[in-house]
Design a protein around this ligand. Structure first.
Ligand SMILES: CC(C)(COP(=O)(O)OP(=O)(O)OC[C@H]1O[C@@H](n2cnc3c(N)ncnc32)[C@H](O)[C@@H]1OP(=O)(O)O)[C@@H](O)C(=O)NCCC(=O)NCCS
Length: 174
């Protein structure tokens, strides 16, 4: 069972509610579309610890998109949200679905966890994802050499939210 959040263009957006059958569908969807092979424990770690940050999109009850995220205390000075996985099924792309999922995550992280910033990594060759995140204000902060198992480099992107995100860590320590 999932919690219905809203409906847009006849697609329904849901907060995931720890349903075993849907857990399998989500892991299949992500593993088909992301190059990095995540173990079942990684999915479980994210979804079981932060179920409030796993959202699905459905078309007539069938999951066609998902975003999975978490929150952590970054170096004891900032609350950092982290978007771990985002996938929209091929035939539903370029309709603004991923953008809605990312916005939903950002809004809830700000409201419920008062995050100072939100980060993620994506392959440097993933132009679609880069365009999507940069259009929402994410900034490339690092290039990570051979970050992924397929040996591709990654960009780390950060969406600064509070003043803390703009300050060097050294100036935030007491
Ligand atoms: C990346 C992905 C999630 C985008 O999903 P989507 O629902 O098609 O994205 P949206 O329709 O919300 O697009 C949002 C913006 O990104 C741009 N964009 C999305 N995919 C794009 C592509 N392949 N090429 C160029 N721009 C793209 C859109 O033009 C749009 O820009 P706009 O707001 O200026 O019009 C989807 O292509 C996907 O699942 N890819 C495989 C998995 C993946 O790469 N995930 C991200 C890893 S971090």
């Amino acid at each position: 069972m999932t919690d219905h959040l809203f409906t847009c263009d006849s697609l329904t957006y849901h907060r995931f509610n720890l349903n075993e059958e849907e857990f399998k569908i989500i892991t299949n969807l992500v593993s088909q579309h992301l190059s990095e092979p995540y173990s079942i424990y990684v999915y479980w770690y994210f979804i079981n610890t932060w179920p409030q940050y796993c959202y699905t999109v459905k078309d007539e009850g069938k999951i066609i998109g998902v975003i999975i995220s978490k929150i952590n205390n970054h170096k004891d000075v900032r609350i950092r949200g982290y978007i771990g996985m985002l996938v929209v099924q091929d035939d539903y792309r370029k309709r603004g679905i991923a953008k809605k999922l990312v916005k939903l995550t950002i809004e809830n992280m700000i409201k419920d966890d008062k995050v100072d910033e939100i980060s993620l990594e994506t392959e440097v060759i993933n132009k679609g994802a880069l365009r999507l995140y940069e259009s929402l204000g994410f900034i490339k902060t690092k290039r990570l050499f051979k970050y992924y198992l397929n040996t591709h480099d990654a960009f780390r992107l950060i969406l600064p939210i509070s003043e803390k995100s703009f300050k060097r860590i050294a100036f935030l320590k007491h």
